[in-house]
Design a protein around this ligand. Structure first.
Ligand code: SAM
Length: 261
């Protein structure tokens, strides 16, 4: 009996076959039954398929990041709203929000509103705080997220919105910022330079998608990763807190920037 995406090998000639549809028969080659080939890397074929984990335990981190990326880009949702987040990273955001108990979360780049709604729901459980949702367009922002009382939309280019955002923050507020907009080098460094003074000491400026060309083989180059490096070289008040990458599989390598308390 074969299962979908199992890989079989012929012990006589070495040829290998991947199963596209499982069945009851016995796969054979050179007149003998083929054997299951464990831990085969299906990285170059079966694009878009998720191979069974237990038969693919030596997949490279690069292949796993690509699988995660495809899942996130294609069909990840929060409360039914499309959301472009690596759930492992979002779990870290949840941990940070519990630790920091922010008064203001600035989310730059909102798309469908799934991530803004998830942030607002976390603030609901903490019992305080607002999400300033900054995006150059909010046409795609769904009604459910739009209706949440903690979410305030600021429809503008991120850097052009800086005065509006600053005016929404009270002195002494704990401010957490998540940048998830264009991910180009220029936009990221401009957003970093404009918004960094708003991050409260001890809090974080999270820069997403620095995995482009540092895990994924596509995306802007130079991009967020290079912008973070250049920003840190000129801003000793921030450090890259790599302990926040302890799930290993992150879309934000070097991107959890902590403002030194
Ligand atoms: C990756 S999506 C955001 C995904 C969302 N945070 C989520 O997790 O589901 C990027 C968003 O950034 C917005 N964007 C792109 N360039 C921008 C800019 N310069 N200023 C503000 N928003 C921008 C786009 O309109 C788009 O909605």
């Amino acid at each position: 009996m074969s299962e979908r995406l199992q890989v079989y090998r012929c012990t006589a000639c070495g040829s290998m076959s991947a199963v596209l549809r499982g069945g009851a028969g016995t796969l054979a080659c050179c007149g003998i039954p083929m054997t299951i080939h464990q831990d085969t890397q299906l990285e170059t074929h079966l694009v878009g398929e998720v191979p069974p984990m237990e038969h693919n335990l030596t997949l490279s981190a690069k292949a796993i990041i690509r699988l995660l990326q495809t899942r996130v880009a294609d069909h990840t949702s929060y409360f039914g709203i499309q959301t472009l987040k690596n759930p492992l990273d979002f779990w870290v955001y949840q941990e940070l929000i519990w630790e920091l108990k922010p008064d203001v979360i600035v989310e730059i780049g909102n798309a469908y509103g799934g991530s803004a709604l998830a942030l607002a729901h976390l603030l609901d459980r903490i019992g305080k705080g607002i999400v300033l949702a900054v995006d150059i367009q909010h046409d795609t922002f769904t009604g459910t997220a739009r209706a949440h009382p903690r979410i305030q939309l600021i429809t503008s280019d991120a850097c052009a919105a800086i005065d509006t955002v600053r005016a929404s923050i009270q002195e002494g507020d704990t401010v957490l910022i998540i940048e998830d907009s264009a991910h180009t080098y220029d936009n990221t460094i401009n957003v970093l330079n404009a918004y960094a003074p708003l991050v409260s000491p001890g809090s974080y400026f999270i820069i997403e998608d620095s995995h482009c060309w540092h895990g994924l083989d596509y995306g802007p180059i130079p991009g967020a990763y290079e912008a973070i490096a250049d920003f840190l070289a000129n801003h000793p008040e921030f450090i890259s807190d790599r302990a926040r990458e302890s799930f290993f599989l992150t879309f934000n390598p070097t991107g959890f920037l902590k403002r030194i308390p």
